[in-house]
Design a protein around this ligand. Structure first.
Ligand code: SF4
Length: 385
């Protein structure tokens, strides 16, 4: 079986003392207030709330149009519950006391059924391959099965997230030429263990009860696995924040499902230019799609945006990304991690002349320009970068 280390003793506090002290920062606590509540079992996670929003009919018997209609109605109800939980009007204690018996069908069942329908022919992400994934591979290089390559308590994530119950899924809808996880995302995505929804729920349960602050869905990218992930939550009875660690190239239909279940978003915002995204990640319309999804996500959970600084892409990407964050997103409500750890990998190492612009690490002066600019725009990055 596939698993790594657990942090069920306190040794992680020695390795990552910043993961303890970060909560002394009032701004971090304010900006991640929902996540903080769920992490500490003060409030039920969004997926737990989705379980108590009753649906009258068996979703499997409904056509797509009816499913979407009901989903829209129930999502409004769910949103009201979430707002009450955010204000402290529904605590986890209240939830466990008042909702011992769950309805036979709920919003979560509707979301799970919708995710299945969107997965074949597949339009879970903005590639919209529309392939029948039962018989074929999508552009994400996987079929309908979910391949988990490893799962463990990750101690290398941003301080508020550590220890993070991380699940690495095979497959990715991007083809980044510098990918650091290219084995699981591009070259051997189906070499992981095949995991169904019940098994995935088990993995999440173990990660949480052994001390994870959250369940971190990552890859590759988690998007091609949305159908398994949403179904797994039907079997998960342990309260835990759900974290979406993704390139955010998610279709609007799939985003509509995710906003019902994700408590904290950990999106990449890689490029400020569509042409750089197409050239380096084969992701057309990148800025439009990702910005749209980030706006949706920001009003439906807490958020830490990651931006990896690429050498020679300061003006076309980093500066523009900072501008987008400051002008198009609720900059006072989110945190940003400006990442300096880019190193040439994968195809960049194999064909350095073809990818000459990114065949070195970023220089200090390039990083300094991004930090200064972010500061000038009032972006909060220092507690976590
Ligand atoms: S998730 Fe995969 S199969 Fe589905 S649309 Fe995206 S790339 Fe295609």
């Amino acid at each position: 079986m596939l698993f790594g280390r657990f942090a069920d003793n306190d040794y992680w506090k020695l390795v990552r003392p910043d993961a303890v002290y970060v909560w002394n920062n009032e701004e971090v606590r304010r900006r991640l207030s929902w996540y903080y509540k769920v992490m500490n079992d003060e409030a039920p996670a969004k997926f737990m709330l989705a379980k108590i929003v009753e649906a009258e009919d068996n979703p499997q018997k409904l056509n797509l149009e009816a499913l979407i209609d009901i989903k829209n109605k129930l999502s409004r109800e769910h949103n009201m519950l979430w707002n009450r939980a955010r204000k402290g009007e529904i605590t986890l204690e209240d939830y466990l006391r008042d909702f011992r018996s769950k309805p036979e069908y709920s919003l979560l069942h509707i979301d799970s059924e919708l995710a299945k329908r969107y997965s074949s022919p597949c339009r879970l992400c903005e590639r919209r391959c529309r392939v029948d994934r039962i018989n074929k591979l999508g552009a994400c290089r996987i079929d309908l099965k979910t391949y988990v390559h490893s799962w463990f308590h990750h101690l290398g994530e941003e301080p508020p997230l550590v220890p993070s119950g991380t699940i690495f899924y095979g497959g990715c809808n991007f083809t980044c030429v510098y990918c650091q996880n290219y084995d699981i995302s591009q070259t051997a995505p189906r070499f992981g263990d095949i995991v169904d929804a019940r098994k995935l729920a088990d993995i999440q349960r173990i990660l949480r009860i052994k001390g994870a602050r959250n369940i971190n869905h990552v890859g590759g990218d988690p998007t091609p696995n949305i159908h398994t992930i949403v179904e797994s939550l039907l079997y998960l009875e342990v309260n835990t924040p759900q974290l979406w660690n993704s390139n955010m190239y998610v279709s609007l239909e799939a985003m509509d499902i995710l906003v019902d279940i994700i408590d904290i978003w950990l999106p990449d915002f890689k490029y400020g230019s569509n042409s750089c995204a197409t050239r380096l990640s084969a992701a057309p319309r990148y800025v439009d799609v990702v910005l749209r999804n980030l706006q949706l996500a920001a009003s439906n959970g807490d958020m830490i945006i990651r931006h990896l600084v690429l050498p020679n892409h300061i003006d076309c990407c980093s500066i523009r990304v900072m501008d987008y964050i400051a002008s198009k997103l609720p900059v006072n409500k989110l945190l940003v991690n400006i990442m300096e750890q880019y190193r040439p990998e994968h195809l960049v190492v194999k064909y350095p002349n073809r990818w000459r612009d990114i065949s070195r690490r970023p220089k200090m002066e390039e990083l300094g320009r991004v930090y200064d600019y972010a500061k000038k725009l009032g972006i909060l990055f220092e507690p976590i970068s």
